[in-house]
Design a protein around this ligand. Sequence first.
Ligand code: EPZ
Length: 433
Amino acid sequence: MERYVIKGGKPLVGEVVIGGAKNAALGILAAAVMTDGQCHIDNMPDVRDINVLLQAMKEIGAIVDRKGPNEVVISGKDMNPDNLVVDNEFIRKIRAGYYLIGALLGKYKKAKVVLPGGCDIGARPIDQHIKGFRALGAKVVIEQGMIYVEAEELRGTHMYLDVVSVGATINIMMAASMAVGNTTIENAAKEPHVVDVANFLNSMGANIKGAGTDVIRIKGVERFHDTEYSIIPDQIEAGTFMMAAAATRGDIIVKNIIPKHMEAISAKLIEIGAEVTESDDAIRVRVDHRLKHTQIKTLPYPGFPTDMQPQMAITLGLSTGTSMIVESIFENRFRYVDELRLMGANFRVMEGDTAIITGVEKYTGARIEAPDLRAGAALVIAGLAADGWTTITEIGYIHRGYEHFEEKLRGLGGVIKMVHSDEEENLFKFNNN
Ligand code: EPZ
């Protein structure tokens, strides 16, 4: 069984280059089937969720020509409109298969897609996606774990989302960009990846304005054309390495990023006493003392991202005083707390959505399990900050969203290895003692 073995206690120091944004890439790749022309996409992260989506796209007839790990050319020209059924055992486990609903509904006016899986971080309904498709004139039926959408014609409309949803905003934006007439989405999500998907669609010929604000206006067009597009850097991967510097009291330059996307994270790090320096496309985080406590509430962008909550919590668990984190986006995102307690952390979770954290001087190594993607990455950081050896199982979650995670951490001086057996684990420990 694959696992990470980590020897902690050493500050992480050096430079790390951030890859393309997973959550932008998932929307962009799905949207690429909407053209019969060619989409040349680079800065694509080579992570499991992306590879699962590309495989599902091939299965419905999309041409997916992988030019390299981070570069792909996609065309929807040979797809068969009578066979648009997206289902396999892998796509069931990821969330973003649902972007094919919006993409196929926009282009072919129909699709049948397995209901989304993804990390177990809450109920994760898709009622807002459905509300949007119906408002555009589609018939939506859910049966036997599949969602069927179909429309004679999609008609532009005015809609208000009841909750701010990244997925619903992107999905509706895709379908509406090929509807007849104008659509307005109010209370839209403003995340950088929403803007990136809109920019990508526009580069293919869509007419979308206002992405990045809470009102998005879309003028439907009949068809899309060729494009070349480079995906934005991953805000959450960058934030994870910023927290790795903070938690291990290290000094990391996080490169190839858009510092503006990192503002909520940088501001909190500065508030708790880290030295954060920005340049055009990099941020340096330096810490040489114990950080302070603070209070955080996760919110839609530009608020503090829920995808950074566990990494921030791990840092606060080592800070002075008592911190509080309120998780307001997903109801099940503190599953890492039981694992972290095994490492000596002092966390109390109240009413499911609030963690009270009393900082400890040090974590100690333990055998723990990754409960989901971001919490898994956060526990790796905890292991790197801890005294002694940590073993983390279920690391498949981490590979869903972080490319070359252990290599990048090793490049910063982290002692970490992925092993597949007890023998390999013992050998690594023996060689590093
Ligand atoms: C996206 O999930 C990301 N996933 C998540 O990243 C991220 O945590 C989340 O946005 C918030 O930023 C992908 O992009 C593939 P939402 P999504 O719709 O789209 C509620 C990671 O670690 N809601 O913005 O599923 C929902 O329950 C992952 O990379 C409805 O009520 O999130 C939640 O409380 C984990 N009805 C809130 O809205 C709906 O129809 C925000 O969810 C849709 C959502």
